[in-house]
Design a protein around this ligand. Structure first.
Ligand SMILES: [Cu+2]
Length: 137
């Protein structure tokens, strides 16, 4: 009989593990039904961001869809703002998109304050590809 019990225990353990995985999978920024806690579209053209001002909430996940409608590679950098991406904490956000392409990034801002957004492709920042992100409580 102990053999059967062990099998049952193993089964129960396996089910618990599956349940945990499912729970972990649901813990993202997208709520059931696909609605997103925070989603922003930023368009990059030659040579500006639209919008060039962004307001975020600290500790709240946000997804940025970065659309490049220009004719050359553009990226979006935020330096000095601590963010969480997946299980990692970083102090730089970087997302880039080829012309006509879109890239998305989901992160959680960990600091409040005002930070500068810019395109890191050489020369673009000077041509006006800058913006501001404000992270509020
Ligand atoms: Cu650029």
């Amino acid at each position: 009989m102990s053999g059967t019990r062990r099998t049952l225990l193993a089964l129960a353990g396996g089910l618990a593990a599956v349940a945990l995985l499912v729970l972990a999978g649901c813990g993202g920024p997208s709520a059931p039904g696909g609605a997103q806690a925070g989603a922003v579209v930023i368009e990059a053209s030659d040579f500006k961001f639209s919008p060039d001002k962004l307001e975020l909430k600290v500790n709240q996940p946000v997804t940025i869809a970065f659309k490049n409608t220009g004719t050359v590679l553009h990226d979006l950098m935020i330096q000095g703002l601590r963010i969480q991406i997946g299980n990692e904490t970083k102090d730089i956000l970087h997302v880039e998109a080829d012309p006509g392409k879109e890239a998305t990034v989901t992160f959680t801002p960990l600091d409040t304050g005002e930070f500068t957004i810019f395109c890191d492709v050489p020369g673009h920042r000077e041509l006006g590809m800058t913006g501001t992100v404000v992270v509020r409580r």
